[in-house]
Write a protein that binds this ligand. Structure first.
Ligand code: NI
Length: 256
């Protein structure tokens, strides 16, 4: 059930039975020579739509622009400042809360969204904590699709260390499933594996500036062997992520 395909009276009736909504979070950035610019948004949206279909939950429009300044050295990347992204999240949550949505479930497809979105949630809650908003604060939860145990087990089994951090075979696999015919050729060789120190310092897209990033990762892959991806793996990964999202979403609704 897509919010964009409802009328306002239909949303009003929905709110009489449910106070929950799912919001996909993506990014618009390079995903190596084999991956689509919209990879993060496509995958998060597909997981959220699967959740919406199975659980009858409304799905808001995908927030497809995100913090991706480190990828601006590659054509096609469009980045928001972290402060802009936080303002978008805050305004989205406050708008939904205005109508009575109380549980807002973000399905995330981009590592750099995690810190900024959770900081924005804190600024939302602070409005109620400081007594500047009436009633009860909404509650937000963010989950990245690859963290659901069902999906995480598959990507570890299939790709191991070659999963890497960016333009991962798992995310490319899901887009191959979602967009048949989107397979690109070339770059069949594996990129250098990432060291433990790099993962400690730069996990979650905690990267430096764009020039430094492109110099370190000239084709855009960050330790990820994108060419391992297949559409069939993508189909299974998407199913696993939707399964994980459904269980986690139910647990979120069941919280007191
Ligand atoms: Ni991505």
């Amino acid at each position: 059930m897509l919010l964009t395909e409802q009328t306002w009276p239909e949303v009003g009736r929905y709110l009489q039975g449910s106070r929950a909504i799912a919001v996909p979070l993506g990014s618009t950035e390079q995903h190596g020579p084999l991956g689509l610019i919209g990879t993060d948004a496509l995958v998060a949206e597909a997981v959220a739509r699967g959740l919406g279909e199975r659980q009858g939950v409304l799905v808001a429009p995908t927030i497809g622009l995100a913090v991706a300044q480190f990828n601006l050295g590659f054509p096609g990347t469009v980045s928001l400042r972290a402060s802009t992204f936080m303002a978008v999240i805050e305004d989205c949550v406050l708008s939904l809360a205005r109508h009575g949505f109380e549980r807002i479930y973000f399905v995330n497809g981009h590592g750099a969204n995690v810190g900024a979105a959770r900081a924005a949630f804190q600024d939302v809650y602070a409005r109620w904590s400081l007594g500047t908003m009436p009633g009860t604060a909404p509650r937000c939860r963010l989950r990245s699709w690859w963290e659901y145990p069902q999906a995480d087990a598959l990507r570890r089994a299939w790709y191991g260390q070659a999963e890497g951090l960016h333009a991962t075979p798992s995310e490319i696999a899901v887009t191959l499933h979602l967009r048949p015919g989107s397979q690109r050729s070339g770059t069949g060789e594996a990129p250098p594996l990432l060291g433990r120190d790099f993962l400690r310092d730069h996990g979650g897209d905690n990267h430096w500036d764009a020039a430094t990033h492109r110099a370190a990762f000239p084709d855009g892959r960050v330790g990820s062997h994108s060419a391992l991806a297949t559409a069939e793996q993508g189909r299974q990964l998407l199913e696993a992520a939707i399964d994980g999202a459904c269980g986690d979403f139910q647990a979120f609704l069941a919280e007191p």
